[in-house]
Design a protein around this ligand. Structure first.
Ligand code: CP
Length: 326
């Protein structure tokens, strides 16, 4: 499912954004730099630039979302694109229409880009192979495979706080097995050259191929958090668990929940991240989630700038050509 033959055009520019795996460091840094240029748009009196005026983007969310769907919508609106939010529950998909027929229907409306979330790993890649050549696809999360814009907004947040990647130790904690966020983060962190990526989880929530991902594996929270610069917490993704992988949520919190006491193991200036939705008292204590080291809500804000950057880059638009505020 990887491979940049589909993600990049013949000039090496982004055509689709399906996974962080295999993309070059310079491309990932370019996304972050573009996002930096767009971050100020949200602070203007009129939060809009005309870069994608005349373009039509369709949000196709076949799975629930709060942050990703709304920040893609805001990002598209801030770029002056027209955005369609397909309500899958009331669309023809719920009447038995195939995915391909739904896509071709939207193509007939002259859409330029599909933003796709789907419960099946590989769905965004499949759609990218099916659509007309002028349409681009952005993966907004597919099964347990990838969530590349989440990874890039997290990289943006890390760079804002830590300035560079090269000396960082990053711990990703929790349900790594079912997490598309963790996979996309691990690839991006590796490409951006962090010193060390650790994953901390019970054995039942570690993927079988973890050793091939270039990470250090820990089962003990205190050992894994020792001296890290960034702590990235993940929720238990019960919707993707096929059986009982944990004794109880109470026991999970006792062993892997992030409390202020546990956070003392990390560096004093370590930041705490979470892609959301957070489950208070399961993977993270409220005192930490709402504490001064938490950057969880900053991650949400940064999602708009990063998604503007990805959409603009795919459409071949540069932030230095943003023009005046409309
Ligand atoms: N982080 C994330 O993907 O959140 P949503 O499921 O709310 O979009």
């Amino acid at each position: 499912m990887t491979g940049n033959t589909i993600q990049l055009d013949k000039n090496g520019n982004l055509k689709h954004f399906l996974t962080t795996e295999g993309l070059s460091q310079s491309l990932l840094l370019s996304i972050l730099d573009h996002a930096e240029s767009f971050a100020g748009v949200g602070e203007r009196a009129v939060k809009k630039v005309p870069l994608l005026r005349g373009k039509t983007i369709a949000n196709l969310f076949f799975e629930a979302s709060t942050r990703t769907r709304t920040t893609f919508e805001l990002a598209a609106k801030r770029l002056s694109a027209d955005i369609l939010n397909l309500n899958i529950a009331t669309s023809a998909t719920s009447k038995g229409e195939t995915l391909s027929d739904t896509l071709h229907t939207l193509e007939a409306m002259h859409c330029d880009m599909f933003v796709v979330r789907h419960a099946n790993s590989g769905a965004a890649h499949y759609i990218a192979t099916q659509v007309a050549p002028h349409i681009s696809v952005i993966n907004a999360g597919d099964g347990r495979h990838a969530h590349p814009t989440q990874a890039m907004l997290d990289m943006f947040t890390i760079r804002r706080h830590k300035k560079s990647f090269e000396n960082l130790r990053v711990a990703i904690v929790g349900d790594i097995l079912h997490s598309r966020v963790a996979r996309s983060e691990i690839h991006a962190l590796s490409t951006l050259g962090v010193l060390e990526t650790r994953i901390i989880a019970p054995q039942t929530l570690i993927p079988k191929d973890a050793e091939n991902l270039g990470v250090q594996i820990y089962h003990d929270m205190d050992e894994g958090l020792d001296g890290v610069d960034v702590v990235m917490m993940l929720r238990l993704q019960k919707e993707r668990m096929s059986g009982a992988l944990l004794p109880s949520e109470y026991e999970y919190f006792q062993r892997y929940g992030l409390t202020n006491k546990r956070l003392e193991k990390a560096k004093p200036d370590a930041i705490v991240m979470h892609p959301g939705p957070i489950n208070r008292g399961v993977e993270i204590d409220s005192d930490v989630a709402d504490g001064e080291r938490s950057v969880i809500l900053q991650q949400v804000s940064h999602g708009i700038a990063v998604r503007m950057a990805v959409m603009a880059m795919i459409m071949g638009r540069q932030p230095d050509n943003m023009g005046d505020t409309e």
